[in-house]
Design a protein around this ligand. Structure first.
Ligand code: 9D3
Length: 226
């Protein structure tokens, strides 16, 4: 059982974690997702969560006080201390190996920064690990937290067919082979005859070759190990 706590200023945009496979996984008790609004721990009458950066410059910085208080309060909601993951463009890029590693944890707290930065003292004191989902700029950590959560949820034992998890691209280090379904000929385009042969060894060999060719052509970095 995996418990995911998410700390964000925008809990209302997390609908994808309550649909499809993540919804079924929660109904089956394989995972629990708890959203928390950082505003709840804002300071003062205006529940302030950010302020201008010392030293000047554009943008705002999420205040240490609400981040510390929120993390302490969320931690206290369950017996186990969560591993605290900061969604951040400064982190190592997420890959399937990191997904499998993090999916074995029993409790994670995903902290979503905002376009602005976060007070560095929070990162130093309470963040265990930073996670980026790729080299492009998002407007906040929320979509990254949803991507990570979805990837973690679908590999929880029982969430989807175990063979599918094993065969996934990136788990095997290869892209997927082509897929076909009925009819055998569609608008003059025939399905590769080997797939209709009933020869399972030949089909397996063809699929592996196709996966290799595709990977070499489209993602040579996956083969060279870079
Ligand atoms: C001016 C420098 N920018 C850093 C590249 C500032 C900045 C831009 C966007 C700081 C935070 C953000 C919001 N993005 C995330 O919080 C984020 C993110 C991303 O933008 N890309 C990939 N993964 C992630 S995880 C969190």
């Amino acid at each position: 059982m995996l418990r995911l706590d998410v700390l964000t200023l925008f809990p209302e945009i997390f609908a994808p974690l309550f649909a499809s496979i993540p919804a079924r996984a929660q109904q089956a008790g394989l995972v629990a997702v708890h959203l928390h609004n950082l505003r709840q721990w804002g300071v003062g009458r205006h529940r302030q969560v950010d302020d201008t950066p010392y030293g000047g410059g554009p943008g705002m910085v999420l205040l240490a006080e609400p981040l510390f208080r929120a993390t302490e309060a969320i931690t206290a909601l369950a017996p186990e201390r969560p591993r605290v993951l900061l969604m951040s463009p400064q982190g190592p890029r997420l890959d399937q190996a990191a997904v499998f590693r993090l999916a074995r944890e029993s409790r994670l707290l995903l902290v979503c920064g905002h376009y602005e930065g976060l007070d560095e003292r929070y990162r130093e004191a309470l963040v265990d690990e930073e996670v980026s989902i790729g080299d492009y700029v998002l407007s906040g950590g929320e979509l990254a937290a949803m991507v990570l959560s979805d990837a973690l949820i679908r590999v929880q034992p029982g969430a989807i067919d175990a063979e599918s998890v094993r065969q996934d691209s990136f788990a095997e280090g290869l892209l997927d082979h082509p897929h076909y379904s009925r009819p055998a000929t569609f608008r003059g385009m025939a399905v590769p005859p080997v797939l209709l042969s009933g020869n399972h060894a030949a089909i397996e060999k063809w699929r592996r070759e196709q996966a290799l060719v595709r990977t070499a052509e489209r993602r040579p970095d996956l083969l060279s190990g870079s």
